[in-house]
Ligand binder design. Structure first.
Ligand SMILES: Nc1ncnc2c1ncn2[C@@H]1O[C@H](COP(=O)(O)OP(=O)(O)O)[C@@H](O)[C@H]1O
Ligand SMILES: [Mg+2]
Length: 378
């Protein structure tokens, strides 16, 4: 199955620029997620690929088939060979499960026997054979979501587009649905574009995450890359809890730098392949890279911190700490008995982030897991 390429996709509604030169590739057989806050343009992008929305400008291709371009090519949705699951499942309420799944085959004028076999196979795949004759209102949310997926897969699409398919499920069902969809996608090897505003979902499911903000892709990479090296304060905060420390950067050797700031004795060592921009530098630290009451690694700073809040989160505690004027967030599996604690920072965990919206490192600064080697990891 070929790759999907989206080039310079743009859309303006009135004076609002909803898509601003959106550019990305979904490699063959991969699971790529558009992640971003509500209103950032995810659905508009997905529906442009699906053919349910005509963008102002750009090019969309699937392998060597052009789906949309500025020269006026605009393939109708039903000729694009894509399976789409909408945010609302959009099942036909008056059709049974089997009839809903058969619908895309019917509009493509499949023969009766072929349709029967195909529907049986797909219902088997989504584990809904016993509910074939039920109506949508007789199903749970999770089952309805599987019918929507079955319907999207029924005509044997060459790629799958999913718009927040789990947003109507409760937390426990959502976890199961994620695992289940992940397995199905890998088994089928179908190229998938997934849309969500949920960072946990994006990190857990994707080969590659594209973080969107205000109509632009502001960071692209593997889940580990975008989480550990967000590049900007926006991406750092959107992907999870984060502490920011601002100070002055002093160059040591090679790519080694030291952030110096008042009340942080010894400063904070960090690595940067390209020199940070002049002026104050901000480093991002994930809570799991702040280690509490742990001997410091050589060269790592140790700070005395006051615990200002402890929140029990089930499998760990989240601590809010104060070092001078700086507020830090740290995780620990233990309930700490004292009001103060020694904090040290795991080596190579601090990373430079910028506030400048026009200074996003769009490609991975140092991809740790090239997509080509992903099969070895999965
Ligand atoms: N048909 C439309 N007319 C005007 N504005 C629209 C239309 N569709 C979407 N928008 C606006 O475009 C922006 C992006 O919408 P959308 O792609 O649905 O975002 P997301 O899926 O990321 O929440 C939003 O501000 C939305 O209000
Ligand atoms: Mg949306």
């Amino acid at each position: 199955m070929p790759e999907i390429t989206v080039r310079r996709l743009s859309q303006t509604f009135g004076t609002a620029k909803v898509l601003d030169q959106v550019d990305f590739t979904v490699p063959d057989g991969r699971f790529v997620t558009l992640l971003g806050p509500s209103g950032c343009g995810k659905t508009t992008t997905l529906m442009s690929i699906a053919g349910f929305h005509t963008p102002d400008a750009g090019t969309i291709a699937h392998g060597d088939r052009v789906l949309f371009d500025a020269a006026g090519r605009n393939l109708p949705a039903e000729q694009r060979d894509l399976g789409v699951v909408f945010q609302s499942y959009a099942l036909w309420p008056h059709l049974t499960v089997a009839e809903n799944v058969a619908f895309p085959l019917r509009i493509r004028k499949a023969g009766r026997i072929e349709m029967k076999h195909r529907v049986a196979d797909i219902l088997e795949l989504v584990e809904l054979v016993p509910r074939a004759d039920a109506y949508p209102h007789e199903l749970s949310g999770g089952q309805q979501q599987r019918v929507a997926l079955a319907r999207a897969l029924a005509h044997g699409p060459r790629a799958l587009l999913l718009d927040e398919p789990f947003s109507n499920l409760d937390a426990r069902l959502r976890d199961r649905a994620r695992e289940w969809l992940g397995e199905l996608q890998r088994d089928l090897g179908i190229t998938t574009v997934f849309v969500t505003h949920d960072q946990t979902e994006a990190l857990a499911m994707s080969d590659r995450v594209l973080v969107m903000n205000r109509g632009r892709i502001v960071r692209a990479g593997t889940p580990e890359d975008v989480y550990q090296r967000p590049g900007s304060r926006f991406v750092a905060e959107f992907l999870g809890r984060c502490t920011f420390l601002t100070g002055t950067a002093r160059k040591l050797d090679g790519s080694a730098w030291l952030l110096e700031a008042p009340h942080l004795p010894g400063g904070l060592p960090f690595h940067a392949l390209t020199p940070p921009p002049p002026g104050p530098v901000t480093l991002a630290l994930r809570p799991e890279s702040l280690l509490l009451d742990t001997p410091a690694a050589p060269g790592a700073p140790t700070w005395q911190a006051a615990i200002t809040r402890a929140t029990f989160l089930g499998d760990h505690y989240l601590y809010t700490l104060r070092v001078g004027p700086h507020e830090l967030q740290a995780l620990s599996p233990r309930r700490l008995p004292e009001a103060t604690v020694q904090v040290t920072v795991a080596p190579e965990s601090a990373t430079v982030v910028t506030d400048d919206p026009d200074h996003f490192p769009i490609e991975d600064p140092a991809p740790s897991t090239p997509l080509d080697t992903f099969d070895n990891v999965l």
